[in-house]
Design a protein around this ligand. Structure first.
Ligand SMILES: [Zn+2]
Length: 103
C-alpha cells in the first residue's frame, strides 16, 4: 500500500537537492494538497551539483497512475521518476512543529 505524495514530503534529486512541486490546488485529500503527474513533471529542480546538475524532471513513471482524482493521476510515494541525471527519491517528512529544545 503506497501513500499519496503530498506537498509536505520532500522530493530529492540524485544529488539530494530539493525538487519543488507546485501542487494543483484543486487536488486535495483531506486538507493536504497532493499533486498529479503533470505537476511533478513541471517540478522545479534546485540542483547546483557542480559537474552535471539536474535541470528538469525528465520522466514520471509508474506509481503515478494508480489513483485518479478529477482526471489527474495522483502521485504515490512509490512513484519512479527521474531528472535528466537520475532517479528522484522521496525524503523523510519534516518533523512536526513543536517547541524548540536546548541540546
Ligand atoms: Zn541533482
Amino acid at each position: 500500500m503506497s501513500d499519496v505524495l503530498t506537498t509536505t514530503a520532500p522530493l530529492l534529486c540524485p544529488h539530494a537537492f530539493p525538487i519543488t512541486v507546485l501542487a494543483n490546488a484543486t487536488l486535495t485529500v483531506g486538507r493536504v494538497s497532493v499533486f498529479g503527474s503533470p505537476d511533478l513533471q513541471n517540478g522545479i529542480v534546485a540542483c547546483t551539483f557542480a559537474q552535471a546538475p539536474c535541470t528538469k524532471v525528465a520522466s514520471v513513471g509508474t506509481g503515478a497512475s494508480a489513483l485518479v482524482v478529477d482526471g489527474n493521476a495522483v502521485v504515490l510515494d512509490s512513484v519512479v521518476a527521474s531528472t535528466n541525471v537520475g532517479l528522484i527519491s522521496v525524503g523523510p517528512p519534516p518533523p512536526p512543529p513543536g517547541p524548540l529544545t536546548a541540546s
